[in-house]
Design a protein around this ligand. Structure first.
Ligand SMILES: Cc1cc2nc3c(=O)[nH]c(=O)nc-3n(C[C@H](O)[C@H](O)[C@H](O)COP(=O)(O)O)c2cc1C
Length: 343
């Protein structure tokens, strides 16, 4: 028995390079994160776009990059654009790259955001062979999943690169006279001049509700409240919630009076200026009304499992992060059965 386990572990190590972590892996991070820099190549000297880019939709896979002052890359320059994801410490190794195909430009204040699809994507968090075997496994899982929309190999690869950059998770609070909701959001980024962009599945309740109300509060999530935020994902499918039934205390936000969690270290209030449809998602452009920083400390973020395995191998995190991720998903405190479920 012990020998069988040993052989299985050795095969897993050789074929996949170790344990297969969830594609969406929850970690603690400072906000803004400082371990990855994202460089845009092909538009003058390499440009740091770490804090002004984000994934937009998963199918088709799209993402945006903000350009503070128009014009961004022109038609000619757009043909050679490349995003590179590099570690900030150590050898500043490049961990992934994506070739860009321009889709659309949206004007935002004095600047613009440009939306792209990938036309190539390479993830270097594992040796080539193990990236290939892992990608095969992901494709196999995808094909056997019940999801109606399935991303292509290129889209899966591009997503694995986009989530090398840790993405914070915040909570959106929204209400009008009849309804209310609070749900997690991680497809978002700051833009320029106090603008902010985020994306929601276009046909779901939160997107339609926000488009109607146009004002909301955005609360950062401290890592200790990771499972609380994860559990609120159910509200992406809820028509309305009752604030008094939430399992945590709320207080009114400063200007709008929208209930926000008292545990949040940073609360922003925003007004939506415009909404654009891109693939399966609506992209919202909002303007910040207020921004209150109440505490410091590690916050809830998400990365791809490929990158988390790299973080563990290179000492940026340790093996206990696998238990912490499992706890966030299960809502349990240290629990080994949850740990095994996600291996
Ligand atoms: C931590 C977290 C962050 C999420 N962020 C977003 C987001 O930014 N945009 C979005 O459209 N959905 C977001 N979702 C919602 C999920 O994509 C999904 O719709 C939700 O979990 C409900 O699952 P279901 O659609 O399979 O029922 C998020 C979910 C979780 C758990």
């Amino acid at each position: 028995m012990a020998f069988n386990l040993y052989v299985r572990k050795a095969i897993k190590q050789f074929v996949f390079g170790g344990d297969i972590l969830p594609t969406r892996f929850f970690i603690k991070q400072s906000n803004p994160q400082t371990e990855i820099t994202v460089w845009l190549h092909g538009f003058g000297p390499p440009r740091d776009v770490t804090r002004c880019h984000a994934p937009a939709s998963s199918v088709p896979c799209t993402f945006w990059i903000a350009f503070e002052s128009s014009p961004g890359p022109n038609q000619n320059e757009r043909t050679r654009l490349l995003l590179r994801f590099c570690e900030n410490s150590g050898k500043k190794k490049m961990l992934g790259e994506i070739g860009l195909k321009w889709i659309k430009t949206i004007e935002v204040g004095k600047g613009e955001i440009q939306i792209f699809e990938p036309n190539s994507a390479a993830n270097y968090c594992y040796p080539k062979f193990q990236i290939w075997t892992r990608s095969l496994l992901h494709t196999w899982r995808q094909q056997h999943s019940k999801a109606s929309i399935k991303p292509s190999d290129l889209e899966l690869r591009a997503m694995s690169v986009l989530f090398i950059c840790p993405r914070p998770i915040s909570l959106v609070s929204v209400q009008d006279d009849e309804r209310a909701n609070i749900f997690p959001l991680n497809i978002m980024s700051d833009l320029h001049d106090g603008y902010f962009a985020f994306a929601l599945t276009a046909w779901k309740i939160p997107a339609m509700f926000l488009e109607h109300v146009r004002f909301f509060a955005l609360s950062d999530t401290p890592i200790e409240r990771g499972s609380t935020a994860f559990n609120l994902a159910i509200n992406h499918n809820n028509f309305s919630i009752k604030w008094e039934e939430l399992p945590f205390e709320t207080k009114p936000s400063n200007t709008l009076g929208t209930p926000v969690p008292v545990f949040s270290p940073r609360i922003r209030e925003m007004e939506i200026e415009s909404v654009y449809r891109v693939g399966s998602h609506s992209i919202f452009i909002a303007r910040t009304i207020s921004d209150e920083r109440l505490a410091e400390g590690p916050e809830l973020s998400v990365v791809h499992g490929f990158y988390q395995a790299w973080r563990i191998r290179h000492g940026l995190d340790n093996i206990s992060s696998i238990v912490e991720d499992a706890n966030i998903r299960s809502g349990l405190s240290s629990n080994l059965s949850a740990f095994h479920r996600h291996l």
